[in-house]
Design a protein around this ligand. Structure first.
Ligand code: ADP
Ligand code: MG
Length: 309
């Protein structure tokens, strides 16, 4: 998945604890092998190669994840759209490559979740136009974290934290105290702008600092606005707190694309979802249930955000 996986857990029986850690690592590898666009033998790579020519049967797991992606495309007015990859593949953040304006415009016309045709009965998927591609980078890590939590629970483990890059979920507490999740300063990796005590929730952060390069003072990063095919630039980071990591992963990417006003409006109308946003000037914004008692000055280190019970 091109990211760091961590697992912390507790169980009275050391052998079961060990089994839990091994199960998490094996599950992460399994999902990567199925959903990575870079692994040629993955189901996802095969879809991208063949689905514009003929319907391709996929596993129930991948089918359902693509279905969930499309449901959230509808919910977010198209801000979340896995067909962003139709233009996304033209960027190489490591090499500092981006499409020129014409290439970008042409490829952006292919971005539309409605170009994905799903057959519920046979789990076949086809693309209605050549050139359409999908990428699950905005949902797969959250899904993987949720799967791992389910595996741990089935082993009888009820105190755990599983993290894949910016996506985490915790069950129970951390040996009698809440888990603690830090939101980093988008412009200083050694500084936290918020520390949140949490139990039994998922948290995802999307930022413009994970994969990016700068050219002529413009930051090109990995979260793409499906309307323009260009990086979304209204925010620097979005942290979402919610019941499961698939949802928080999707919503952190979605709110990043929607920007401050529309993003917060979406969060505030969704039950059980909270958000901490850092805007392009470095100022912090909170969803309604997270409003800190005293608004921190921009750039100042705020107190931990209060946590809803
Ligand atoms: P990460 O944890 O990898 O930083 P994020 O949750 O911030 O991931 O999501 C960014 C990833 O989501 C990108 O690397 C890309 O694969 C995918 N992505 C980018 N833009 C969109 C979009 N508009 N809709 C859906 N997925 C997207
Ligand atoms: Mg995400």
């Amino acid at each position: 998945m091109g990211t760091r996986i961590t697992v912390e857990l507790s169980h009275a029986d050391a052998a079961i604890a060990r089994q839990g850690v091994d199960a998490v690592m094996a599950e992460m590898r399994r999902i990567d092998n199925s959903m990575s666009p870079w692994i040629e033998s993955s189901e996802l790579a095969r879809l991208n190669r063949e689905a514009a020519d003929h319907p391709v049967a996929v596993s129930e797991e991948l089918f359902n994840l693509i279905k969930t992606s499309i449901e959230f495309s509808r919910l977010t007015g198209g801000a979340f759209d896995i067909t962003f990859a139709s233009v996304g593949f033209l960027y190489d953040y490591r090499k500092g490559v981006h499409p020129d304006a014409l290439q970008r415009r042409e490829a952006t016309e292919l971005i539309n979740y409605r170009n994905l045709v799903l057959d519920d009965a046979t789990h076949r998927i086809s693309y209605s136009k050549p050139g359409v591609r999908i990428d699950l980078g905005g949902i797969a890590k959250g899904h993987a974290v949720d799967r791992c939590i389910t595996l741990l629970q089935s082993l009888g483990i009820h105190q755990a934290l599983v993290t894949a890059g910016g996506d985490s979920r915790m069950i129970g507490d951390r040996w009698g105290r809440p888990w603690s999740i830090g939101v980093r300063d988008p412009r200083n990796e050694n500084k936290l702008v918020a520390v949140i005590p949490l139990e039994d929730v998922a948290v995802s952060t999307s930022g413009d600092y994970e994969r990016y390069f700068e050219e002529d003072g413009i930051r090109y990063h990995h979260i793409i606005n499906p309307e323009s095919g260009d990086s979304a630039r209204e925010l620097r980071s979005v942290t979402i707190i919610g019941p499961d990591a698939t949802t928080t992963d999707i919503l952190s990417t979605s709110v990043f694309v929607l920007g401050l006003e529309k993003g917060l409006a979406l969060v505030n109308r969704l039950p059980d979802i909270d958000a901490i946003l850092v805007d392009r000037h470095g100022a912090m914004h909170y969803s309604e249930d997270l409003q800190p008692a005293r608004k921190p000055e921009s750039g100042a280190r705020p107190a931990a955000a209060p946590v809803p019970d």
